[in-house]
Design a protein around this ligand. Structure first.
Ligand code: KG4
Ligand code: ZN
Length: 361
């Protein structure tokens, strides 16, 4: 396969993103990756408002594409293909991106590829670290939580996932409960350093059930009850806050690491060249990373965590997924439509659950 230059576009949630990537599957370089967040627009509402997100994407997309081309130092004439997130996600945002990508592809007569957002996350370790198939992937963010065995550019086996909240969503909600700032992940991680993780008996949901499914909403409720028993005159003491943060984080670490151990046990027989990869904002948490690293070593698997900018939502991963899939399928063309739900593993049962980021696939 010859080297290709691909423009990627992502707008499925609350980040408008565009990127330019050059190379081939297994050996590509990110020439630019621009991400324009919308956090301030949604701050007053306690979550992402789909209509506001869609409008903001429509306003920012061409600016974002122009900036990505500029930072890469190339013009549209040098682009060989356009890749866009076609789902899953908030439908208004996905439609905005698909329309933008169609306009560019039509005007320049370029092949257009619709990419599954989760495939973008799941294939990122090949872009950043050249990881070989098959590998085990744990996606943990504010909107996603699942284990996948990735055996090819469009070959994903889902081993399990959350049945309610995503872990990042739980970090954010718990931070709100114990009066720590948003985003909750980094502030809980910081506060937990001064806390005693063993002071409160918090649950480890679903560890008593076989398999790799997870649950985080009961843990959040347990923190709420504990907090209510500690509040005096409407305030939570500093030590109580730190102990709750530490206790909650320790519970998440225990659940993620034990479920990862089970996922690794299912994956290990497939190859001796083993890798477990993580992606998503929660993968930034050092307590989680450290524990996952040690679980990986139990199975002689290498632990791969892409740099944060490529772990969280971005368009370089969308361009890269298209690059991988080009070898195995035809472009989508103008018939491409947006899909709010689009499971990666067509054979796995549908998972219900919706969080701050809206419907999850
Ligand atoms: O992947 P991401 O940037 O966005 C989406 O979910 O789309 O993930 C954001 C989530 C937030 O819920 C945030 O609280 C969480 O990742 N997060 C963390 C940490 N840094 C970010 N959670 C735990 N520990 C962290 N250090
Ligand atoms: Zn994502």
């Amino acid at each position: 396969m010859t080297s290709m230059t691909i423009l990627g576009i992502e707008s499925s949630c609350d980040d408008t993103a565009a990127a330019v990537l050059r190379g081939q599957a297994g050996a590509a370089k990110v020439l630019s990756s621009v991400v324009m967040g919308q956090t301030a627009l949604h701050a007053d509402f306690g979550g992402v408002v789909p209509e506001i997100a869609a409008r903001a994407h429509a306003e920012k997309l061409d600016l974002c594409v122009t900036q990505a081309l500029g930072e890469a130092g190339i013009s549209l004439d040098q682009i060989d293909a356009v890749a866009v997130t076609a789902g899953p996600g908030l439908i208004g945002g996905v439609v905005s991106g698909v329309m933008c990508a169609k306009g560019i592809a039509l005007a320049r007569n370029l092949p257009l590829y619709g990419v599954n957002h989760l495939a973008g996350h799941a294939l990122t370790p090949r872009l950043t670290d050249g990881v070989q198939f098959p590998y085990l992937m744990l996606l943990v963010s504010g909107g996603h939580c699942q284990f996948l065995i990735v055996s090819g550019p469009d070959d994903f086996q889902r081993l399990g996932g959350t049945i309610d909240d995503a872990p990042g969503e739980a970090f954010d909600k718990v931070a709100r409960l114990i009066a720590l700032p948003q985003p909750g992940g980094p502030s809980i991680e910081q506060r937990a350093k001064d806390g005693d993780p063993k002071r409160f008996r918090l649950p480890r949901p679903l560890l008593d059930r076989a398999g790799c499914d997870m649950s985080f909403s009961g843990l959040k409720t347990a923190v709420l009850r504990q907090r209510d028993s500690l509040i005096v005159d409407g305030t939570l003491g500093m030590q109580d806050q730190a102990d709750l943060a530490a206790g909650f984080q320790a519970a998440v670490v225990d659940v993620l690491s034990e479920k990862t151990r089970r996922a690794l046990a299912l994956y290990a027989p497939l190859t001796t060249n083993r890798s477990i990869c993580v992606a998503g904002g929660v993968a930034a948490n050092m307590a989680i990373r450290d524990r996952l690293k040690s679980v990986a070593s139990e199975f002689a698997a290498q632990f791969v965590a892409p740099p944060l900018g490529l772990c969280t939502d971005n368009a370089a991963m969308i361009a890269y997924a298209a690059l991988e899939q080009m070898g195995t399928r035809a472009p989508d063309g103008m018939g491409l439509s947006a899909r709010p739900r689009w499971p990666l593993d067509k054979t796995a049962p549908a998972m219900l659950g919706s969080g701050k980021k809206g419907a999850k696939a």
